[in-house]
Design a protein around this ligand. Sequence first.
Ligand SMILES: Cc1ncc(COP(=O)(O)O)c(C=O)c1O
Length: 393
Amino acid sequence: MTDYINNNNKLDFIAKELQAREKNNYLRQLNPIYPNSTVTVIKNDKTLINFSSNDYLGLSKHPKIIAASHDYLNQYGTGSTASRLVTGTYDIHDKLEQKLAKICNKEAALLFNTGFQANTTIIPTLVNQKSLVLCDRLVHNSILQGIFLSKAQWKRYQHNDLEHLDILLKKAVSQGYNRILIVTETVFSMEGDRSDVDALIQLSQQYNTLLYLDDAHAFGIMGEKGMGLTAHKSGIDISLGTFGKALGSFGAFVTTSKLIRDYLINCCPGFIYTTALPPAVIGSIDAALDIIPNLDKEREYLCRQIDYVRNKLINLGYQVLNSNSPIIPVIIGHEEKALELSKYLENNGILATAIRPPTVPKNTARIRLVLSSKHQQKHIDYLISLLQKYHES
Ligand SMILES: Cc1ncc(COP(=O)(O)O)c(C=O)c1O
């Protein structure tokens, strides 16, 4: 006992972990930037064109959205001052939920403080140790954390392979689980490709499972009027959207049935035990929801640029994943090489972050290029010219 107290440096494990990460080129650091426009930032006194942000429509700087945020801030104050079930439900939270349900054509909606919080806490509210969760091999970490917390059995199907999911479901239905939950993303955050939402609904109905779809990267830029790939569709028990990406704001919501909404209000810890989203954030979301349906031209421009960039990079000889979203992952393989390319781009005026394991599978370190409708042709052509030079060097 004495030896343990005297000899054990209680922080050894931390130093060891950080050293191991540094050795493998996995160490992460925070790099402050100043976002001086929708598509440029200042980093270390240098202006860089940003090809890494999820602000797909440049709404984080939209004057009407900023004005609405100011307006709510002035009227309601800086904070919501309590959790939703105490005194943190203002009329603006309630109205926003009704608006979200209506534009997504769903029975009900419920706000969450972040997408991470929603995924980690809704999943354990739906399933338990007697349940089975079937998820795509490449789902976001927040979904995995939710599954771990639930203590349910879980299996992953090969990425976007619904035949594999079908095989797992066939086996699972006779194994005595109390519930089976299928959970996946509609647009994969690190791959940029999409799930087949209709086929997932069909499988969920065929095997009588719960279906939870994370629409974080589609909401705002895909589907009818930009309302995502799950809006207007029945057969999805819970669909998650986030406001921190295409809406340029912060927070998340789910659309669901009235019954499940009531259940989450009563039983979901991540909804119950946290202070409600602040008024300025609610104001920005409310204004963004008025603007987004009218941005079809911007979404069409974005689609054209996605095809343009992908084709150019493939012709240059880069390994580009088969994405069909503004997320264009350029696979480099080794972490060191991905960091080197990212550094080269930064030295030449472009911010394009390297994404490394464990965020992505081993040997698939990548530059995750993200396009915005605010990128001008000259920004995009400059990026391509740099990537061409780098490839030829
Ligand atoms: C697919 C997916 N789900 C959930 C989240 C988490 O959302 P938030 O940033 O609101 O916590 C993210 C963002 O990183 C994401 O990419």
